[in-house]
Design a protein around this ligand. Structure first.
Ligand SMILES: [Zn+2]
Length: 470
C-alpha cells in the first residue's frame, strides 16, 4: 500500500470508528403507550403526586423529565378523533388508517409493524399490556385485520407472530371465529405454535426457564379483559412493572442481539372514560413505575437503549383547574380508597344488604369512609341535596338508575359522588369519550433526538427504525 493510500485508509478507519461510537444504534428499544393519556392527564398526575413535597412545579413522575419532549396529533383517516386501533397502527407501522383497523392501511393493505421489523432483524420481541392481549393497542403490533373486534382471528395472528414474550390480563377470544364457526380453543392454538402459557406469576416463575416463547395471563380468568386498577390491586396482583422486569430477564437470556418491548398502560383509558381522576393518577404512576424499570436498564446500557413514552389519544379531556379562582385541591383525591367502579359495586352490595332500611346518616358515614366527605372535604348544602336525592332514589325508592360509559356502568349515587369530588378538587372533564387533544411524546437514549421533529403519531415509527436500524 502506497503512503497516500495508507493515509486515506487510516482516515477511513478513524471515521468509521467515530460513527460507531457516536451513532450507536439502539439495540434495546422500549416503547410505552399510555392509552388515553393526553398531555393534561400527565400534567394533572404530576401536580397530584407533587403534593407530598408541598412544592408546586416538582416533577414526581420520571418520564416527564426525559430530555426530549414534544407533542403529537392522533387523528385517523376517517375521524378527527381516533380510536386505539387506528392510532396504535399509526404508532406501530407509520401508516394512518381508519377507525377500528389494525395493522392495515387506509386501503386495508397490510403494513408491517416496528415489532415485526425488529423480529425480522433477529431481535427478541415482548408485548405487555394491562388489558387483554388482543385489545387494539397490543394487537396493532402483530395483527393485520380490518376490524379490531375479530378477536379469534387476532388471537390466531398472535400465535403466528413469532414474538417471544406476551403478558396481559388474558385473551377474550374463545372457541369460534368472527362468523360464529366453531374453532379450536385459542389457547391450544397458541400452545401449538410453541408458546408456553403461564397462568399467574407463580406459574410464570416455575415455567419461564423451560420456555422458548411465553404468554403470561391472569390466574383466575383467562378471558379477563383488564388487570385490576392499581388503586384496587391486591398484594401480588399482576402489574405492568413486574411484567417489564420479567420481559427484560426473559428477552436478554441467551440473546446478544437486543430486543423491542412495547408496554401499554391500557386502563388509564378506562379510568378516563369513567372520569375517575384519582384512579387515572394511580394508573399513570403505575406506568411510570414500569418506565423506571426500563430507565434502570437504560442506565446500565445508555448508548444502546432507547425509551419512548407516548399515548394513543386523549380520553375525557381532563383539565387541571376548574375554577373558581386559582386554587386546586387535588389532595382531596387522596381520600378516595378505591376506583369509582369498585365504589359503585360496594354501594350496590349495601343496597342488596340493607335496601330501604338504610338511613341517610349511615350513607353519610359510608361516603365519609370512602371519599372523605364531611370530614376532610366540606360538602355544601347544594351538593348534599344532590347526594341525598340520589340516595333516596336508589335506596328509599329502590330505583336502579345507572350511568354508563364505554367500559363501566355505575350507580347514579356513585356518579353524583364522583361529580361532587371532582368539583371540590377543581378537576374538569369535557366528555366520557376520546378527544382530538395532543398527546405527549417523551424520549431518552440512543437515537432519541429524532423525536424532536415528531408532530404526528405516525412519525414515531420512522424514528425508532432509524434509531434501531430495523
Ligand atoms: Zn378508549
Amino acid at each position: 500500500m502506497s503512503k497516500s493510500r495508507k493515509v486515506v485508509f487510516i482516515i477511513l478507519m478513524i471515521l468509521s470508528l467515530s460513527v460507531n461510537a457516536f451513532g450507536q444504534k439502539a439495540k434495546y428499544v422500549f416503547l410505552f403507550i399510555g392509552d388515553g393519556m393526553g398531555i393534561n392527564q400527565v400534567n394533572a398526575a404530576n401536580v397530584f403526586f407533587s403534593l407530598d413535597k408541598a412544592k408546586y412545579g416538582e416533577q414526581p413522575l420520571l418520564f416527564p423529565t426525559f430530555p426530549i419532549a414534544t407533542f403529537a396529533t392522533t387523528y385517523s383517516t376517517n375521524y378527527q378523533i381516533t380510536d386505539s386501533a387506528a392510532s396504535g397502527t399509526a404508532i406501530a407501522s407509520g401508516s394512518k388508517t381508519f377507525q377500528g383497523a389494525l395493522g392495515v392501511d387506509k386501503d386495508t393493505v397490510s403494513v408491517m409493524s416496528i415489532a415485526e421489523m425488529a423480529r425480522d432483524k433477529g431481535k427478541k420481541v415482548g408485548i405487555i399490556t394491562s388489558v387483554s392481549l388482543e385489545h387494539a393497542t397490543p394487537a396493532a403490533f402483530y395483527a393485520h385485520v380490518a376490524k379490531r373486534d375479530w378477536n379469534y382471528e387476532i388471537g390466531c395472528q398472535l400465535a403466528e407472530s413469532g414474538f417471544d414474550f406476551f403478558a396481559g390480563s388474558g385473551l377474550r377470544a374463545k372457541d369460534a371465529d368472527r362468523k360464529g364457526n366453531p374453532k379450536e380453543n385459542i389457547f391450544k392454538v397458541i400452545e401449538n405454535s410453541g408458546y408456553t402459557i403461564a397462568r399467574g406469576r407463580e406459574d410464570y416463575l416455575s415455567k419461564k426457564d423451560g420456555a422458548e416463547k411465553i404468554l403470561l395471563i391472569s390466574k383466575d380468568d383467562p378471558g379477563k379483559s383488564s388487570l385490576d386498577f392499581a388503586i384496587d390491586r391486591k398484594e401480588g396482583g399482576l402489574n405492568i412493572k413486574t411484567m417489564t422486569e420479567d420481559a427484560i430477564e426473559f428477552l436478554t437470556k441467551n440473546n446478544k442481539k437486543g430486543f423491542f418491548i412495547m408496554v401499554e398502560g391500557g386502563i388509564i383509558d378506562h379510568a378516563c372514560h369513567t372520569n375517575d381522576a384519582a384512579t387515572v393518577f394511580r394508573e399513570i404512576k403505575d406506568m411510570d413505575d414500569a418506565v423506571r424499570v426500563a430507565y434502570d436498564f437504560y442506565l446500565k446500557h445508555p448508548k444502546e437503549t432507547l425509551i419512548i413514552v407516548t399515548a394513543d389519544h386523549d380520553t375525557g379531556g381532563i383539565s387541571a383547574g376548574n375554577g373558581p379562582g386559582s386554587m386546586m385541591r387535588l389532595e382531596y383525591f387522596e381520600n378516595q380508597k378505591q376506583s369509582i367502579s369498585m365504589f359503585s359495586q360496594a354501594m350496590a352490595r349495601l343496597n342488596a344488604e340493607k335496601g330501604k332500611q338504610m338511613k341517610w346518616e349511615e350513607m353519610k358515614e359510608f361516603l365519609g369512609d370512602e371519599l372523605g366527605f364531611w370530614r376532610e372535604i366540606d360538602i355544601n348544602w347544594e351538593d348534599e341535596k344532590k347526594l341525598r336525592d340520589a340516595f333516596e332514589e336508589s335506596f328509599v325508592n329502590q330505583k336502579d338508575t345507572e350511568v354508563s360509559d364505554l367500559y363501566t356502568t355505575i350507580r347514579k349515587l356513585a356518579s353524583v359522588a364522583r361529580q361532587v369530588m371532582q368539583k371540590e378538587a377543581r378537576i374538569g372533564w369535557t366528555c366520557d369519550s376520546h378527544t382530538a387533544g395532543y398527546v405527549p411524546v417523551y424520549a431518552v437514549g440512543a437515537g432519541s433526538d429524532g423525536i424532536k421533529s415528531v408532530k404526528d403519531n405516525s412519525q414515531i415509527h420512522a424514528v425508532i427504525r432509524q434509531a434501531a436500524g430495523y
